[in-house]
Ligand binder design. Structure first.
Ligand code: SAH
Length: 608
């Protein structure tokens, strides 16, 4: 599990809620505090009053989970609250474990998300009372979180209220990802980048690296997000002072009305990787310091090359070339700053794509046969965590109730598997948390293999992006469950699609499986244009198995149009088999009883 909410504390004052916390501890990394007399493994007993205990540990955790009444929790935490930008998330679970209430820190504290995850783990109902949730809108104070945007100044409460009232909100976005704009529900209140009269819009959202957006405007409520798009290319003489470097950055940003919050990184030449002042300034600004080789920099065409620099370090430009290499087009060309400690050259580029500043992840997920109750809890948890869900439209529709507001959903056609894999990897490498969904299980004729193969081709290091494959209920399990117990003995799966597998290989496997008396599950059995494989399969199977061998087909298992037919091998080709069907061919001992298929494991025979 990726751990967005850590560290988390659970407070369990009463003995009857221990079961709830035990369930949660399996999926969340919780530090559990219990009242005296409460018996719970891996917990710590707090002495004295809970109020005093909370005061002691309040600042150590980013989230608190209480199993207690809301009233009691409100009274306990009231004296500890400061501001929503720093207060932790507080989630309350009712003592029966049916409801999970996001009480505090819903947006910025991540409380809503924590409540959703706990509710999924407990099979409970999450109660989120924030307005943006009910409107299926992303919360404005966490809007840019996924893209690493830095929250700027503004009237956050007023703008949130205006959104809740359904008032028109003008959005001026000059930088950063616009993916969020494309995933809003219809009837959303935003008006994008239009020069409308400010009297129409009741509030404004600026998404830009430019400072001072507020001064020109009237009294309407505004907020600003800073996408990190500025790349500071910098060169300096040895032992230049930290002050000069700081001053040169500040002055350049000021002159251009740019915010330091929008800086992605400081970039320079390898030679400067150990330049103390550069390292320190990057650290103080909490940004990375990246360097390039002289050779790489010398390839870059710059407006102001210098022959002297070239003769000294092997590239005609450091500041401009590094800025261009890291971020793209120059926003500010080379400027020189000097004092008694030395000199600094500085240039700034602005990238199309913002720097997110975290390691992204890929969750390769199987969403089961098609009904929500057959999706595992682990898959539901992963789906609620990710920023982006990529999949085939039909499967995205099936999981729509599990999507949360603000998530980016990207649908692809059935044949665009490589595009899906490429896009997912690209977004995850950028820093987003991405789920790629397959029906059934992702690793069984699903997307997991292709994504991993593509990563392998790209010489993925195993860490960036992070990766998890989460199992789902595959079609043969669903079909088997609907048919009774046909897979009770050794079985195999064979896909009849020759799109990626040569026909002779499919036939060879059919032959071997038929000969070895495996129960066989046929995936992709027949499409409108591809009928012959099923005929060929029938011929091969008929060679080894009797015509009255039981056969079952399940079409659209656990979906609305589900159809189940139990028949025999002799009838196989007459069945309404299509691409939404899984066919199970019994082995020599499979029997039919009522509408069930049963393959004996041997228990009764043993009892003899
Ligand atoms: N990853 C999927 C398989 C994808 S291949 C899984 O693990 O289930 C697509 C094939 O799976 C279909 O042609 C059909 O044979 C089978 N299939 C998928 N969902 C199904 C369902 N709900 N009912 C019956 N068969 C299904």
């Amino acid at each position: 599990m990726f751990s967005a909410h850590l560290p988390l504390a659970a407070i369990v004052p009463l003995p009857n809620s221990v079961r709830i916390i035990s369930v949660l501890s399996a999926t969340l990394d919780l530090k559990v505090y219990v009242g005296e007399g409460v018996n719970c493994s891996n917990s710590q007993i707090y002495q004295g009053s809970l109020g005093d205990h909370l005061k002691n540990i309040w600042t150590q955790y980013r989230g608190f989970v209480f199993v207690l009444s809301c009233g009691a929790v409100v009274r306990l935490i009231a004296p500890l609250l400061e501001h929503k930008s720093i207060d932790p998330a507080v989630v309350v679970i009712d003592p029966t474990g049916q409801y999970v209430i996001s009480l505090l820190g819903g947006h910025q504290g991540g409380g809503d998300q924590l409540a959703r995850m706990i509710a999924i783990s407990l099979g409970a109902q999450a109660i989120l009372t924030g307005a943006s949730n009910s409107m299926a809108l992303p919360a404005i104070d966490t809007l840019g979180k996924a893209w690493g945007w830095v929250k700027g100044e503004g009237h956050w409460n007023q703008v949130s209220s205006a959104i809740a009232r359904g008032e028109e909100i003008e959005v001026l976005q000059e930088a950063g990802s616009t993916l969020w704009q494309k995933n809003l529900p219809s009837g959303h209140p935003f008006i994008f980048n239009q020069n409308i009269q400010s009297s129409i819009a009741k509030a404004k959202i600026y998404i830009s690296p430019v400072l001072g957006k507020f001064s020109d405007e009237s009294s309407i409520a505004k907020v600003q997000w800073y996408p990190r798009v500025l790349w500071i290319g910098i060169g300096c003489s040895r032992n230049t002072s930290r002050e000069l470097i700081q001053k040169s950055i500040e002055q350049t940003l000021d002159r251009q009305h740019l915010s330091s919050a929008a800086i992605a990184a400081l970039v320079s030449i390898d030679l400067k990787a150990d330049e103390v002042a550069l390292v320190e300034v990057a650290k103080s600004l909490n940004i990375p310091f990246l360097t390039y080789s002289a050779e790489a920099l010398n390839q870059v065409e710059v407006p102001n090359p210098s022959a002297i620099v070239e003769s000294e370090v092997g590239t005609a430009s450091v500041a401009e070339a590094a800025a261009i290499l890291a971020g793209g087009d120059l926003l500010v060309t080379k400027t020189i700053f000097q004092d008694e400690s030395g000199w600094v050259t500085l240039a700034i580029s602005q990238s199309q794509r913002e720097y997110i500043g975290r390691i992204g992840s890929l969750s390769l997920i199987g969403t089961g046969p098609g009904s929500l109750e057959h999706i595992t809890t682990a898959v539901k948890l992963a789906l609620t965590k990710v920023d982006v869900i990529i999949g085939y439209q039909l499967y995205l529709d099936l999981i729509e109730p599990l999507q949360r507001p603000g998530q980016i959903i990207e649908a692809y056609q059935i044949t665009q598997e490589q595009q899906r894999a490429d896009r997912a990897i690209e977004l995850a490498r950028w820093g987003l948390n991405v789920a790629v969904i397959s029906s059934g299980d992702a690793g069984i004729y699903g997307m997991a293999g292709l994504v991993l193969e593509t990563l392998q081709q790209q010489q993925w290091d195993g860490h960036n992006p992070q990766l998890e494959v989460i199992p789902g209920i595959t079609a043969l399990q669903s079909a088997s469950a609907r048919l009774g117990a046909p897979l009770m003995h050794d079985f195999c799966a064979i896909s009849l699609s020759d799109l990626l597998t040569p026909s002779n290989v499919i036939e060879m496997r059919l032959e071997a499986a038929a000969k070895s008396d495996f129960v066989i599950a046929l995936y992709n059995p027949r499409s409108q244009t591809r009928q012959h494989q099923l005929i060929r399969a029938w011929e091969i199977l008929s060679h080894y198995r009797s015509p009255d061998t039981p056969v079952g087909m399940v079409k659209s298992a656990y979906r609305e149009q589900e159809e189940i037919i139990v028949s025999t091998l002799a009838q196989l080709l007459e069945l309404p088999i299509d691409m939404l069907t899984t066919v199970i061919i019994g082995n020599q001992s499979t029997a039919r009883y009522l509408d069930y298929l049963i393959t004996p494991r041997g228990y009764l025979q043993r009892q003899g």
